[in-house]
Design a protein around this ligand. Structure first.
Ligand SMILES: NC(=O)c1ccc[n+]([C@@H]2O[C@H](COP(=O)([O-])OP(=O)(O)OC[C@H]3O[C@@H](n4cnc5c(N)ncnc54)[C@H](OP(=O)(O)O)[C@@H]3O)[C@@H](O)[C@H]2O)c1
Length: 248
C-alpha cells in the first residue's frame, strides 16, 4: 500500500514544523495548507519535496477553498487518508472590551474552519481515515479574559465528539488533542518571566498526532486526548504544592 496522505491545515503555525517532521519522518505524504504565501514558501524551503511534502495557499474557512484543498491533495498524491487541522486563533480580553466581531473571529478560526475543512475532505475519505483537531483545557475550566477563545474551543470539542458518532459508522476516526500552551521560541520571547515548566513542547504534541493518525488509535473515536505535560491550574489560595516553598 502506498504511504498515507494527510491534509495539514494551518501548517505554518507554531506546531506545524513538529507535526510535519513527525508525519513526514515516518513517510507520510502531506499537503501543507495556510493562507500566507510567504510563510508557506518558508515551509516549502524547509520541508518541501515534490510528491511527498507540498504546499498550497488556501483559506479553509471558505467551503469552496476547503474543497479545493482536499481535491488538490487527491490530485497531487492520488489519495487522501485524513486531515490534521492545526488552524486556530487566539484573542484575550475582558468581556467589556470584547466585541461581537472578536467572538465571530474566534468561532470562525477555531470552530467553523474545522467544519468547512472536514466537509472538504470527507468525500475523499474511507475506512480507517483520520481527523485530528486541537483544543484547550481552558474550554473545560475557563479563566477570566478568555471567554471568546474558550467558548470557541468548547464548541470545537463538543462538535468533534458529536460528528465522531456519525463518522465512525464509515470507519473514520475523529479525535482532538487537548493541549496546554506550547513551549516555542515565540512564546519565550513574548513571556520572558513565565515559568515554562507547565507547557508542552510541540514535539510531544506531534507524537500524539502521530498516534492519532496511526494504527495505534484504531479504537479511538470522538476522544479528547489531554496532552498537558505538567500543566496544572494553580491558585494562590491553595498555597504552593507539597515540598515547594514554606509557610507564608
Ligand atoms: N500553541 C499553543 O500554545 C496552543 C495551545 C492550545 C491549543 N492550540 C491549538 O493548536 C492548534 C495549532 O496551534 P499553533 O500554535 O500551531 O497555531 P498558530 O501558530 O496560530 O497557527 C495556525 C496557523 O493556521 C493558519 N490559518 C489560520 N486560519 C486559516 C485558514 N482559515 N485557512 C488556512 N490556514 C489558516 C495560520 O496561517 P495563515 O495566517 O498564513 O493562514 C497559522 O499559521 C490551534 O488550533 C491552536 O488553537 C495551540
Amino acid at each position: 500500500m502506498s504511504a498515507p496522505v494527510f491534509l495539514v491545515t494551518g501548517a505554518t503555525g507554531q506546531l506545524g514544523g513538529a507535526v510535519v517532521e513527525q508525519l513526514g519522518g515516518r513517510g507520510d505524504r502531506l499537503l501543507l495548507v495556510a493562507r500566507d504565501k510567504d510563510r508557506l514558501a518558508d515551509l516549502e524551503a524547509e520541508f518541501g519535496a515534490e510528491g511527498r511534502l507540498e504546499t498550497l495557499a488556501a483559506d479553509v474557512s471558505d467551503p469552496e477553498e476547503a474543497r479545493r484543498a482536499a481535491a488538490e491533495a487527491v490530485g497531487r498524491f492520488g489519495r487522501l487518508d485524513g486531515l490534521v487541522h492545526l488552524v486556530g486563533g487566539f484573542r484575550a480580553g475582558p468581556l467589556f472590551l470584547t466585541g461581537p466581531d472578536v467572538y465571530e473571529q474566534m468561532l470562525r478560526d477555531n470552530f467553523l474552519s474545522a467544519v468547512t475543512a472536514t466537509q472538504g475532505v470527507l468525500p475523499h475519505l474511507g475506512e480507517g481515515a483520520r481527523l485530528v483537531y486541537f483544543g484547550t483545557p481552558l474550554a473545560e475550566v475557563p479563566l477570566p479574559g478568555l471567554s471568546a477563545y474558550a467558548a470557541a474551543k468548547a464548541a470545537l470539542v463538543t462538535w468533534v465528539k458529536s460528528v465522531a458518532h456519525e463518522l465512525k459508522r464509515k470507519g473514520i476516526h475523529a479525535n482532538a488533542v487537548v493541549m496546554t500552551m506550547a513551549d516555542t521560541p515565540d512564546k519565550r520571547r513574548e513571556r520572558p518571566h513565565m515559568n515554562f515548566d507547565h507547557t508542552v513542547t510541540p514535539e510531544l504534541v506531534a507524537r500524539v498526532v502521530g498516534f492519532l493518525t496511526g494504527p495505534g488509535s484504531d479504537g479511538l473515536y470522538g476522544c479528547a486526548v489531554p496532552v498537558l505535560g505538567r500543566f496544572e491550574f494553580t491558585s494562590e489560595l491553595g498555597g504552593p504544592p507539597p515540598g515547594v516553598g514554606g509557610p507564608r
